[in-house]
Design a protein around this ligand. Structure first.
Ligand SMILES: [Zn+2]
Length: 427
């Protein structure tokens, strides 16, 4: 077993001299930080916040296992603990009898919710129906039955452990230590922001995919010691800004390669008002990215209309597309709004990021909104593309270059989120 699979103990989490030194450097390096880090009174001191990650929203069934002793609790039966030394691979599926429930271990557990808790701090394995491999997770696993009779799976664990997997997936471990630290602070802030906001209204805080941050459980946590070191060195550190109602964290968007300058968050999230995300930051540092230039990407007008109809209701009764144009530019000649016109002369104008992801939901062909459009008889050509991702907030490849130039994580974050400061949210 890889030594990095070891679960963090209370000793590991303690404020080691190295971590305190790194934290001091981070805080000093941030141009607008105060001399004393402020504690945001949201999390109890000494307690690592928990995060609820939705691993799957609608599985017809899945398989679970626990490597050590475990407990099962079902809502409808108050607490029905089942302890055992080990849970071998078992299929969990919606019960076929009247009323919601689960079939597991040869019996029916009535109710909409079932929880699997490894004891005292073991791991749970999960295999979803469309996956070959098992993934290993720390923390508890909750199963909910939807009205459609499908299973939603939510993994709850401490946010620091979650971040080790996220950083392993979101940034190459070969990046500079200061780049990895900046990424860890940004990913922590993004996660906690969702715990505070959208998470307060539903049973989970973040998705496990690119739509939030990529999380694959413990298998990734063992991958690289550099990743774990970046998370541990920045434990509890978040990005904040001082709004009218006091100091708070914000949605620290980040993307792979901004392509030359970042764009305001309001271009992709109209209600975003935080000052550090309001403007555009010039970035001459990300042209090492293999995705700095892309295209030309050719999309047939027929296929484009099909995709737009599927994802944007404005195109429900739209005729065949005749032309597509950039209706409004953001900084660096990035497309901000796109106008699509049909044969009857009708034009629908929509945000460029929404258009891009409606036409290419994977975001891998039309990689950014920094492009030029060429209209051909049967197709639209996306030419001279630059950048990869939405281009809001921190640019990961720019971060790597700045770290190589000797910038600290604090300086990098103050650059990509102007007016922000870094703050210790919990010890
Ligand atoms: Zn950049």
């Amino acid at each position: 077993m890889n030594r990095h699979l070891r679960r963090a103990t209370a000793d590991d989490r303690g404020p080691t001299a190295l971590r305190l030194l790194l934290l001091a450097v981070l805080l000093l390096a941030c141009r607008e930080s105060n001399s004393q880090p402020k504690i945001i009174p949201i999390w109890t001191a000494g307690q690592t916040p928990l995060i609820r990650v939705r691993l799957c929203d609608s599985a017809p069934h899945c398989e679970i296992a626990a490597e050590g002793s475990y407990r099962l609790e079902a809502d409808a039966e108050s607490v029905t603990p089942v302890s055992g030394q080990r849970l071998d691979a078992a299929r969990i599926a919606p019960a076929s009898n009247d009323g919601p429930g689960f079939e597991l271990l040869g019996r029916v557990w009535s109710g909409r919710h079932l929880r699997l808790c490894p004891e005292p701090a073991g791991t749970v394995r999960l295999r979803l129906p469309d996956r070959e491999a098992w993934n290993v997770y720390e923390g508890t696993m909750d199963f909910h039955i939807s009205d459609e009779g499908l299973i939603e799976v939510i993994n709850t664990l401490d946010v620091e452990t979650y971040l080790v997997s996220v950083i392993a997936n979101e940034m190459p471990a070969s990046f500079q230590p200061e780049a990895l630290r900046a990424q860890a602070i940004v990913a922590r802030t993004y996660a906690l922001y969702h715990c505070q906001t959208t998470g307060a209204t539903r049973a989970w805080d973040v998705r496990a995919t690119e739509r939030s941050q990529v999380y694959r459980g413990r298998s990734d946590m063992a991958a690289e010691s550099e990743t774990r070191a970046a998370v541990e060195a920045t434990r509890g550190v978040v990005c904040t800004w001082d709004g009218a109602s006091g100091r708070k964290i914000f949605c620290t968007y980040y993307s792979s390669t901004c392509g030359g300058c970042t764009q305001p968050a309001s271009n992709i999230a109209p209600r975003s008002t935080e000052a550090p995300l309001a403007g555009s930051v010039r970035c001459e540092y990300c042209n090492d990215s293999p995705a700095f230039r892309w295209g030309p990407t050719v999309v047939s007008k027929t296929l484009m209309l099909e995709s737009l109809r599927k994802r944007c209701e404005e195109f429900g009764d739209f005729d065949a597309i005749t032309t597509v144009a950039i209706a409004e530019y953001a900084e660096c000649r990035r497309a901000a709004r796109i106008a699509v016109t049909d044969g009857s002369g009708r034009t629908v104008t929509l945000g460029a990021e929404r258009f891009r992801l409606a036409v290419d939901p994977t975001g891998t062909e039309i990689r950014s909104t920094l492009f030029e459009l060429v209209v051909e008889p049967d197709s639209i050509v996306f030419a001279n593309g630059r950048g990869y991702g939405h281009g809001v907030g921190l640019c990961q490849w720019g971060t790597e270059r700045l770290a190589r130039m000797g910038w600290s994580a604090g300086q990098i974050l103050a650059y990509y989120y102007p007016g922000s400061q870094i703050t210790l949210a919990y010890p």
